[in-house]
Write a protein that binds this ligand. Structure first.
Ligand SMILES: Nc1nc2c(c(=O)[nH]1)N=C([C@H](O)[C@H](O)COP(=O)(O)OP(=O)(O)OP(=O)(O)O)CN2
Ligand SMILES: [Zn+2]
Length: 138
């Protein structure tokens, strides 16, 4: 089995609705995402010969996903009052709504599911801090 890994980072804010502790407050992270894909065989066309896939292709596809989160406030649907949500929208803040709590675990699965549409993904790692990482393998 061959494995390929690529990494992207983004800066964004989030909070954990219903959490008792400091993470209930809006706070930021430099999130690091590491995607590992796998394949038993290598490609054979002239351009991609002897590659699982061109690093550049995998990097670009992961970057599309992570760029969407960059410099945004990531929120779980329904976790802000309508009044506050509308005020943030009116101020043109970049808000990313997710149908789940924005934990590292859930973001790992979300990114896995997105990349799995195109790649044979082995697992996704999401670092909230250099020391804290969650991963998801399908
Ligand atoms: N299993 C998980 N636990 C926690 C998650 C998570 O996504 N999955 N997220 C958080 C918070 O987002 C929080 O930002 C993480 O805080 P903490 O672990 O305390 O990390 P810090 O490095 O910011 O803490 P220090 O004070 O610097 O040690 C909480 N838990
Ligand atoms: Zn956090």
């Amino acid at each position: 089995m061959y494995y390929l890994k690529t990494e992207q980072s983004f800066d964004s804010a989030h909070f954990l609705h219903g959490y008792h502790g400091k993470c209930a407050n809006i706070h930021g992270h430099r999130w690091k995402i590491v995607a590992t894909i796998k394949n038993e065989k290598l490609l054979d066309d002239p351009q991609n010969k002897s590659m699982v896939i061109d690093f550049g292709d995998l990097k670009a596809d992961l970057k599309v996903i992570t760029d969407n989160f960059d410099h945004a406030l990531i929120i779980e649907d329904g976790s802000l009052s309508k009044r506050l949500y509308q005020a943030l929208i009116d101020e043109n803040f970049k808000i990313i709504n997710l149908p789940f709590r924005p934990t590292a675990e859930n973001l790992a699965k979300y990114i896995y599911d997105r990349l799995a549409k195109k790649y044979n993904v082995d697992y996704i790692e999401v670092y909230e801090t250099p020391n804290n990482c969650a991963s998801y393998r399908g």
